[in-house]
Design a protein around this ligand. Structure first.
Ligand SMILES: C[S@@+](CC[C@H](N)C(=O)[O-])C[C@H]1O[C@@H](n2cnc3c(N)ncnc32)[C@H](O)[C@@H]1O
Length: 274
């Protein structure tokens, strides 16, 4: 059953009811993560490789030619790093998404929240598994964190995937989620929380996730940093760590975390999660 407050919160003031192009004209694009970093590695890689090859071929002394060799390998390393990051955004993250949803066992009636949804990779995947439920994405649409990031791009992807009717996006910071307490069955988040630089701020975001989760609800996160810190923060707020491990298909090295908000009975006693 969808929480009644969540129904109310579909108000147009928060929702992007952006019109989108006809389905045939578009293809789904879930965006490139950290485009500035990828472009930086690619440019530096090509430049360093170019200088290295020139020194190796034209260097007047043996030392210059050796320096050229080092520069060439450094350039290759930078270029490969850029390629691995692109492959992770375009392919590896999609595999990680499928693995994550395979474990979540969504039944269809749930309210699913994607924290830092970007162009909707997890949001749309959640919506595909919903019948009467709702997939809500929140984001601040940072262009530094994801290329061409916007609510309208996310809704266009949802439209193309045929799940627009189950998807809602909101402009919101993860440290102040615009949802009532205990209104969400499942929270998902990919590569979003590490963008908060300060540990206390990341703690606030975790606190918000726990607040909006229903007792017995699940949070499943994927991130490139601070995952052990998130686990401690969830645990400190009474959640059970169900799973923590590496995501084999992503670069830079990425970890996943699955936690459950503990169920308590009327006397405040913990019940086993079902
Ligand atoms: C690397 S992108 C990942 C997007 C998406 N989850 C995915 O995996 O494709 C990180 C996302 O986190 C969002 N973000 C960063 N800081 C945020 C904040 N304080 N509140 C909400 N979203 C935030 C960015 O705007 C961006 O969309």
């Amino acid at each position: 059953m969808v929480h009644p407050m969540t129904q109310t919160s579909r108000a147009p003031s928060h929702s992007h009811l952006t019109s989108v192009q006809p389905r045939a004209a578009r293809s789904v694009d879930y965006g490139l993560d950290a485009p500035g970093v990828v472009n930086g590695f690619a440019a530096l890689g090509i430049l360093t490789l170019f200088v290295g090859i020139a020194l190796e071929l034209l260097g007047a002394t043996l030392n210059l030619r050796r320096l050229g060799g080092i520069a060439s390998w450094t350039g290759i390393t930078f270029a490969v790093t850029a390629l691995l990051m692109i492959a992770s955004s375009r392919f590896g993250k999609l595999r990680a998404r499928d693995r994550l949803f395979h474990r979540l066992h969504i039944r269809g009636h749930e309210t699913v929240l994607d924290v830092g949804c970007g162009r909707g990779l997890l949001l749309v995947a959640a919506a595909h598994r919903l019948t009467t439920g709702r997939a809500i994405g929140v984001d601040v649409w940072s262009q530094r964190d994801q290329a061409e990031n916007s609510a309208s791009a996310t809704l266009a992807n949802a439209e193309t995937e045929g799940v627009r009717d189950r998807v809602e996006v909101r402009d919101a910071d993860m440290r102040a989620l615009p949802l009532p307490d205990a209104s969400v069955h499942v929270v998902v988040s990919s590569l979003a929380i590490h963008n908060l630089r300060d540990a206390a701020e990341r703690g606030r975001a975790i606190g918000e996730i726990v607040r909006v989760l229903r007792p017995g609800g699940i949070a499943a996160l994927i991130d490139i940093a601070h995952v052990a810190e998130y686990a401690r923060a969830f645990h400190a707020r009474g959640c059970v760590i169900e799973q923590i491990g590496f995501v084999p298909t992503m670069f830079p090295p990425t970890r996943e975390l699955m936690v459950r908000k503990v169920l308590v009975n009327r006397r405040g006693r913990r019940l086993q999660p079902t």
